[in-house]
Design a protein around this ligand. Structure first.
Ligand SMILES: [Zn+2]
Length: 229
């Protein structure tokens, strides 16, 4: 009943890309986390400076545990920086902080892809889990329509990952722009931050590739099961 076959090879390029992206992000992040910003500003100070300039007063900046756990929470209107990025002055810290502040600016400006992403996050989580369950039940009881339904539900994650790309790329674009406008980085520092944010962007491309290839694997497996019956 467990159908192992050539389709299990389909996700491999996605896994490899995800591994490479994580490795690249972690090594570039570590490299530039050891380089202090010229004025000695930490991530929290830079995020605050960007929010102030954008006229955003209802977003709090907090520290959160872990490494590279930084995120903007649009529901709570909180910009959370990992402890180290919050308090340490480094090019990585201010790059990440500026990126998260970029999300807060997107939220203020009602940037369409962010709004869309916020509105589908709940249904995506549900549909993805339901899709996996339906698919496995479909395999177990040899039900073609259930396999099909599982695939349709699971495809929600692919749509979500596609919408994530403009949200993330735009936040980084805003980050680089505003750091320059506020005079917080010189050319060399800007170049280092561009590298770190570029590596972070690659992890989102890898996320999309992983979801897409997983979907293709499900389709290939469903077709094989259907042709056998
Ligand atoms: Zn982001």
């Amino acid at each position: 009943m467990f159908y192992f076959g050539w389709w299990d090879l389909i996700p491999i390029p996605g896994f490899l890309l995800a591994l490479y992206a994580q490795f690249k992000l972690r090594s570039l992040y570590a490299k530039y986390h050891a380089v202090p910003q010229s004025r000695g500003m930490n991530g929290a100070e830079v995020a605050q400076a960007i929010l102030d300039r954008a006229g955003i007063r209802d977003v709090a900046i907090e520290a959160c545990p872990g490494e590279l756990t930084d995120h903007y929470d649009p529901k709570a209107r909180v910009l959370r920086l990992s402890e180290s990025n919050f308090r340490v002055s480094s090019l990585s810290a201010i790059g990440v902080a500026a990126h998260e502040a970029g999300h807060a600016i997107q939220h203020k400006e009602r940037y369409a892809p962010l709004e869309m992403r916020m509105s589908i996050v709940g249904v995506t989580n549900f549909a993805t889990s339901a899709g996996m369950i339906l698919f496995f039940i479909g395999l177990f009881i040899h039900s073609g329509w259930m396999l099909q339904l599982g695939i349709w539900c699971y495809s929600a994650i692919v749509i979500f990952q596609v919408i994530t790309l403009p949200v993330e790329f735009d936040a980084s674009r805003r980050a680089k722009l505003v750091l320059g406008e506020l005079g917080l980085v010189d050319r060399e520092e800007g170049e280092a931050i561009r590298k770190v944010l570029g590596a972070a962007a690659l992890t989102y491309v890898a996320g999309l590739a992983t979801a897409l290839l997983e979907l293709l694997r499900m389709i290939a497996l469903a077709n094989t099961v259907r042709n056998r019956d």
